[in-house]
Design a protein around this ligand. Structure first.
Ligand code: PEP
Ligand code: MN
Length: 377
């Protein structure tokens, strides 16, 4: 069980909200471990002990305490994923960018960093395609290629160029770490570390990525269940990651007409389990340019926190993933449409139900209402 505390509560009778909640838990024989969300600074009390599960009514009593934002019944193996967020903060060159709150974000760029000239054209287009403070530049220095003979990326010089151009255009930069060696270089140069689909469950790499002090963008493994994906995020958070951004990029199915099948069911299922931001990557799911737009819009309609899109000034010349790269004009158009869909989805959205697995399995303890009126149980 997790008690989420509001940050804005002033102490009453010399006791902070945290102390009041801890005492209340202790009266039920429950000890609590304090966890501070490294991205938002929000405090959560992770409860454990023989007093669990609580007697009927106790959950509601805890919820009524001053400063308690929500009481969640988290699966024992996913306490941090259940309690994290909302919002992952990135310290970029032009100020803070927050993913997961305050509207969608666009993370876009070439599959691999190529020439400086192309990257500058791309950065200008990415910045123009999203409202101020809602865009990040992404490009690979180290590329996970199916063939060892394909372009593997420019390595550290590509990462340095990415950072230089990102700084010039005021955009935070994101790149993939393939292994512990490239992780160190990504950590030195970038604002966000990406873990790709092929290494989602490389737990040694996850542990190392968690410790570099940057938010981690965690792509879903193409053969991973939602459960496995969320547990990979738990590995990151439990090892101290400064926030996790999930990214649905398609899973492998029997369908051959797309590179992967964008799993919007999985995205929606994950949204019930966590407030961590979840992006959609229509580019790697589609594999072809013409499918990127419909998948991007569907992702936004399903409640994604933003998009990860590949683009190139001359897609036919791209050294990797040429078939799926949008032109810079297409990027602008798809982003405009995506923002309109996100706005429409926000207007018509039912209160977001955010619940834990335990709650769906055991409804009696679960009727806990969040302060914004939506139910979390
Ligand atoms: C990428 O984002 O460039 C990439 C290789 O994606 P994925 O890990 O989803 O295949
Ligand atoms: Mn790519």
């Amino acid at each position: 069980m997790i008690i989420l505390l509001r940050r804005d509560t002033t102490p009453k009778f010399g006791q902070t909200a945290e102390q009041v909640a801890e005492r209340a838990l202790l009266s039920y024989g429950i000890a609590a471990r304090r966890h501070v969300d490294p991205s938002t600074g929000n405090v959560a009390l992770l409860a454990h002990g023989p007093g669990l599960p609580l007697p009927p009514g106790a959950c509601e009593e805890l919820r009524q305490l001053p400063g308690v934002e929500a009481v969640l019944l988290a699966p024992e193996t996913l306490p941090l994923v259940t309690g994290a967020g909302p919002g992952v903060s990135i310290a970029g060159p032009a100020g803070e960018v927050v993913l997961g709150t305050g509207g969608p974000v666009l993370i876009a760029g070439p599959c691999a960093v190529e020439s400086e000239d192309a990257l500058r054209q791309i950065a200008a287009a990415v910045r123009a395609a999203a409202p101020p403070g809602r865009a990040l530049l992404r490009g690979g220095g180290y590329k996970p290629r199916t063939s060892p003979y394909g372009f593997q990326g420019h390595g550290l010089s590509g990462l340095r160029l990415l950072r230089q151009v990102g700084d010039e255009f005021g955009l935070p930069v994101v790149s993939e770490a393939l292994d512990e060696h490239s992780l160190m270089e990504v950590a030195e140069t970038c604002h966000v570390v990406q873990i790709g689909t092929r290494t989602m469950s490389a737990f040694g790499l996850l542990r190392a990525a968690a410790r570099v002090g940057l938010p981690v963008l965690l792509k879903r493994g193409f053969g991973a269940t939602v459960e496995e994906w969320l547990h990979a995020a738990e590995h990151l958070l439990s090892n101290g990651a400064r926030g996790v951004i999930l990214c649905e990029r398609g899973i492998r199915t029997f369908e051959k007409s797309t590179r992967s099948t964008l799993d919007l069911s999985g995205l929606s299922a994950a949204r019930l389990r966590t407030r961590l931001p979840i992006l959609v990557d229509p580019s790697h799911a589609a594999g072809t340019r013409g499918l990127v737009r419909p998948l991007a819009l569907a992702g936004m309609a399903a409640g994604a926190s933003g998009l990860l899109i590949e683009c190139h000034p001359r897609p036919e010349d791209a050294r990797s993933d040429a078939a799926q790269a949008l032109t810079l004009e297409e990027l602008a158009e798809v982003s405009r449409a995506a923002w309109a869909v996100a706005e429409a989805a926000r207007v018509i959205e039912c209160p977001h139900r955010w619940q834990s697995e335990t709650q769906t399995q055991a409804p009696p303890l679960s009727a806990v209402t969040r302060s914004n009126g939506s139910a979390c149980g």
